[in-house]
Ligand binder design. Sequence first.
Ligand SMILES: C[S@@+](CC[C@H](N)C(=O)[O-])C[C@H]1O[C@@H](n2cnc3c(N)ncnc32)[C@H](O)[C@@H]1O
Length: 253
Amino acid sequence: MLMSVVDNHYEGLSETYDDIWTDYPWSEYVPWMNHQIARRLGIREQERVMDVGAGTGMFIKEVVGHVSPAMPMVCVDPSQSMLSRIKPDARIIKVPGDFDGVCDGSAALPYDHFDAIVSKEAIHHVLNMQDIVEGLGALLSPGGRFLVVTLQPYLDYPVFPSAFRRFAEKQPEPAYIARCMKNAGLHVTVQYDQFPVSCSREHYLRLMRNRWLSVLSSFGDDELKAGIQELEHNHPEDRFVFVERRAFILGCR
Ligand SMILES: C[S@@+](CC[C@H](N)C(=O)[O-])C[C@H]1O[C@@H](n2cnc3c(N)ncnc32)[C@H](O)[C@@H]1O
């Protein structure tokens, strides 16, 4: 598989990705988000579950608690490096692959159909949203749920203006994803939830330097340095206060 800028971003980020979430306040955000996902998917015994763009599996730990080794959850990701950070667990099968591979059948999935599919902050990477959403919808069994968790185009995070604009250009509107689900014949609900965050200036600037958002990988080292200087200039505060706000788009078959 050819490595794209995005793949390279996650190969590079994987080493620090989980560290992003271990310090307060994200140490509290992680269980909050795990619960948001688990309660919306409502996994029942023996259901077949898949996460596409699973990354390091940081946000599916509560879901995995409802999964049995007899019917392991499938975690798909194109980045071997991200997948390798998921600890070995009899309730998880790791599958190298991407949205296209899942939809065209080339990814080595252990099941033909799924009762629940989740994708958190990964679907914005696809080029053909309608086709991918239809492909995933077609993998749902009757009563199956497909949950997309995503940021909105206009970030609530403090970022420098060019990163804010570039992110917005690439990020699909949750309403658009919801329309794609409707077109795919799913019954759709959209909800927003948010978690308040307050973190030290040093902590936040470290995340920025580590390019925690994939859009930051599209900036060269000098551009990023200049951007962070601009951010520091515009944000003299000691603590950065904002919200981790996400759209939860749930499509049911
Ligand atoms: C921001 S991370 C999110 C990971 C995980 N879902 C989470 O919330 O922690 C985005 C993930 O999407 C994966 N990804 C990028 N392009 C993808 C594609 N075309 N198909 C599936 N996954 C993709 C990346 O490798 C990365 O692990």
